[in-house]
Design a protein around this ligand. Structure first.
Ligand code: MTE
Ligand code: MO
Length: 376
């Protein structure tokens, strides 16, 4: 069993698959803290968790077709300037289960909790790339590939890439992180080093980083070419040429109501119920407003922000937690609550899933809708 040496996980995680391990915390618990505790942070693994020995760990940094390989051991990495970034990480499949209800999709049936926020500490990718002479003047190459140390029985590695422009941008804040919320990164989250690409889809945030390659082209791996792509609503899975589609990088604006949960019984106080959730946007865009409605959109109510970091766009990497008191009518037995967020580019969320549905169930950022039962 290649998974025999996987780490133990927290009991509260709702498990989608054991081998590889994929799990998410209950949404109500997720938003109790601005920084998601490491042990309840969602886990998305494609392969067995590798066992890495710090004594022998080496990170290879290379340029395509150039023979020189720069090798850094863990101590070399610790010598570079230490930097901390507060950033939210989200899977492209977050909220896929709602899409699955509209029409069946392919992929893990994530609820609204394949997202988490943490402080990440490590070294800047720009400082590592400087060691091999790559910076924002580099014109011959356009992509940075990241290779994980996790592999399947056929020795397939988890490898993906990001545009070089993001990697060499000092305001891009791409990190090779060795700490998560002030603790050494746990095995499930990429011990000893993982990439953090703030504002970019979870899939590019490679865990157990073993190799960095500067290249002319995008990575040709399955994960970059055949997975993590937004496909059109009516695409035929057997005919679509996935390689021709753009890979998901920056994520769109999203929100979710985390408390109460769908179908929960909620007590009405003076004609109002309280709802709480998160909102976030990719590309460093800040959330500027979260709107809620309890009457199908006739009237919208603006949420209060409980916690938002002071950074300005386009370097606003962390989520915003919010609370709203929304009205319900006397005698109403159930109510549907909808939420939508707006980011600093005035992007908002599509109202229904219908026109963004795709057979992979990616990028579900439609209005989040819950129905709750009321007691007075
Ligand atoms: N990196 C490696 N090496 N292997 C993986 O399977 N999964 C990716 C990414 N990095 C993955 C990886 C995906 S799809 C996501 S959403 C995030 O890691 C999840 O990070 P987490 O498990 O720390 O929450
Ligand atoms: Mo993911």
């Amino acid at each position: 069993d290649p998974y025999a040496h996987d780490p133990k996980r927290h009991k509260v995680l709702h498990v989608h698959t054991e081998k590889p391990f994929n799990g998410e915390p209950p949404a109500g618990l997720l938003i109790e803290q601005f920084y998601t505790p490491n042990d309840i942070f969602y886990v998305r693994n494609h392969l067995p968790v590798p066992e890495v020995d710090l004594e022998t760990y080496e990170l290879e940094v290379e340029i395509e077709n150039i023979d020189k390989i720069k090798k850094l051991n863990f101590a070399d990495i610790l010598k570079l300037p230490k930097y901390t970034v507060s950033a939210t990480l989200m899977c492209a499949g977050n909220r896929r289960s709602e899409m699955n209800k509209v029409k069946e999709v392919k992929g893990l049936n994530w609820g609204a909790s394949s997202i988490g926020n943490a402080t990440w500490t490590g070294v800047r990718l720009v400082d590592v790339l400087k060691l091999i002479g790559v910076d924002d003047n580099t014109k011959e190459y356009s992509h940075v590939h990241f290779e994980g140390l996790d592999r399947d029985t056929a020795s397939n590695l988890y490898t993906v890439s990001i545009p070089l422009s993001k990697a060499v941008n000092k305001d891009g804040d791409v990190l090779l992180a060795y700490e998560m919320n002030g603790q050494p990164i746990s095995r499930d989250h990429g011990f000893p080093i993982r990439v953090i690409v703030p504002g970019t889809v979870g899939a590019r945030n490679v865990k157990w980083l073993g190799r960095i390659l500067i290249a002319k082209d995008e990575c040709q791996s399955h994960w970059q070419q055949k997975d993590y792509k937004g496909v059109p609503p009516s695409a035929d899975p057997s005919r679509i040429n996935l390689s021709k589609l753009a890979s998901i990088q920056d994520l769109p604006v999203i929100s979710a109501i985390c408390k109460p949960s769908n179908e929960e019984v909620v007590k009405v106080e003076n004609g109002f119920i309280t709802v709480k959730g998160y909102a976030w946007s990719g590309g460093g865009r800040k959330i500027i407003r979260v709107d809620l409605t309890t009457d199908g959109g006739k009237e919208w109510h603006v949420a209060n922000f409980d916690h938002q970091i002071d950074h300005e766009s386009p370097r606003h990497w962390s989520w915003t937690l919010w609370t709203a008191k929304v009205p319900v009518s006397k005698g109403q037995k159930t109510v549907e609550v909808w939420a939508k967020a707006i980011d600093s580019s005035y992007n908002s969320q599509p109202d229904t899933i219908d026109n963004i549905w795709n057979y992979r169930g990616f990028l579900n950022n439609a209005f989040h809708r819950i129905r709750v039962n009321l007691t007075f």
